[in-house]
Write a protein that binds this ligand. Structure first.
Ligand SMILES: NC(=O)c1ccc[n+]([C@@H]2O[C@H](COP(=O)([O-])OP(=O)(O)OC[C@H]3O[C@@H](n4cnc5c(N)ncnc54)[C@H](OP(=O)(O)O)[C@@H]3O)[C@@H](O)[C@H]2O)c1
Length: 318
């Protein structure tokens, strides 16, 4: 089968012809129709988890996907051939992932029936980013009327965070370059601040403080390194919360300042997918697909995501 894989950590992702996996007991083989791209995919290729996971090479990249059940292994009762499913498909230890014609997932794993009326390219864009958005907003424990700053609001996770924080009743300030300010407001942001106007977080803080002199209640941050989170945390009122999706918050340092710091424990479960399906069905969550590319162009799409400037999700047509 055709797949996008790396031969070793640090190698350039490439189109390869690899064996089709066989479903073992409790496993489901899915014929992939579309796969969603996440920053994790190029971080994985670069070796981000090399010290914590024993990967097999060639290692197929890709986590998120949507497709049709092709074959079920022994003992699988909940899904049948031909059903439309979406979820996450990375099995790094076995060298398997979503950027391939076929992928495996356990029946009790992160898989669910596709939301009614949703097309494959939309469903594939949902799992990792929208589950992270849900996790960020859950972790922030937002009360209606609170003011929250979303840093990295224009990306795949951020667009979900803006919508879900607004749904929770927050007044949302979203970071956005000029071209994305209108989109952020359409997704539920009350205000935008332009992070490109200065080189450091002091400029961002000044823009927020110009309107919110008494500070804000929470920061939900997808991009800042640890020194920047310490700077931006100065915006928080006593008892405020700082949530990071990239593990750059130091909870002890936050606690010492009377704040709550949380690093997102990500991950997708079938329960999360069901919650996301409900939000999508109710039109409370919209996932913006910025770009669709054929499988052979996935290496370029990974490089483009790494270079920055995402305006929504990139989806790979398999
Ligand atoms: N912990 C978890 O489970 C988990 C789950 C999902 C994602 N993540 C991580 O969360 C991060 C975001 O993921 P994503 O899918 O949203 O990425 P993405 O789609 O690539 O979007 C990143 C966005 O951040 C913006 N940005 C970059 N620098 C910024 C800055 N200094 N201030 C404000 N905005 C800035 C970018 O726009 P410009 O380039 O135009 O500024 C872009 O729109 C990634 O590092 C990802 O690995 C973690």
């Amino acid at each position: 089968m055709r797949a996008i894989a790396v031969s070793e950590y640090g190698a350039t992702p490439a189109l390869m012809n690899l064996p089709r996996p066989e479903p073992g007991p409790g496993e489901i083989l899915v014929k992939m129709i579309a796969a969603g791209l996440n920053p994790f995919d190029w971080k994985l290729a670069d070796g981000m988890v090399k010290d914590s996971v024993d990967a097999s090479f060639p290692l197929i990249l890709g986590v998120d996907g949507a497709g049709v059940v092709e074959e079920v292994g022994e003992g699988v009762t909940g899904l049948r051939e031909g059903e439309q499913v979406y979820g996450t498909f990375a099995a790094i230890e076995r060298g398997l992932g979503a950027f391939a014609e076929y992928a495996l997932v356990r029946e009790d794993g992160p898989i669910a029936a596709m939301p009614e009326g949703m097309i494959y390219t939309q469903a594939a864009a949902v799992p990792t980013a929208s589950a992270a958005a849900l996790g960020m907003v859950d972790a922030a424990r937002i009360d209606a009327g609170q003011t929250v700053l979303v840093v990295g609001a224009t990306g795949g996770v951020g667009q979900g965070v803006v919508q879900l924080a607004s749904l929770a009743g927050a007044k949302v300030i979203a970071t956005a370059r000029d071209d994305m300010a209108g989109t952020m407001r359409r997704l539920g942001a009350d205000e935008t601040v332009d992070h490109s106007q200065s080189d450091d977080s002091d400029g961002l803080n000044a823009q927020v403080l110009a309107v919110h002199k008494d500070g804000i209640d929470a920061v939900l941050d997808m991009v800042s390194d640890t020194p920047a989170t310490e700077d931006i945390a100065q915006l928080l009122r006593p008892g405020g919360t700082y949530v990071s999706s990239i593990w750059t918050v130091n909870p002890d340092a936050m606690e010492a300042k009377g704040l709550r710091g949380v690093n997102l424990n990500g991950g997708v479960t079938s329960g999360t997918l069901d919650r996301l399906s409900d939000l999508i069905d109710a039109s409370d969550l919209r996932v913006q697909v910025e770009r669709e590319v054929p499988l052979e162009d996935a290496p370029d799409a990974l490089a483009a995501n790494k270079a920055g400037g995402a305006r929504g999700k990139t989806v790979i047509r398999i």
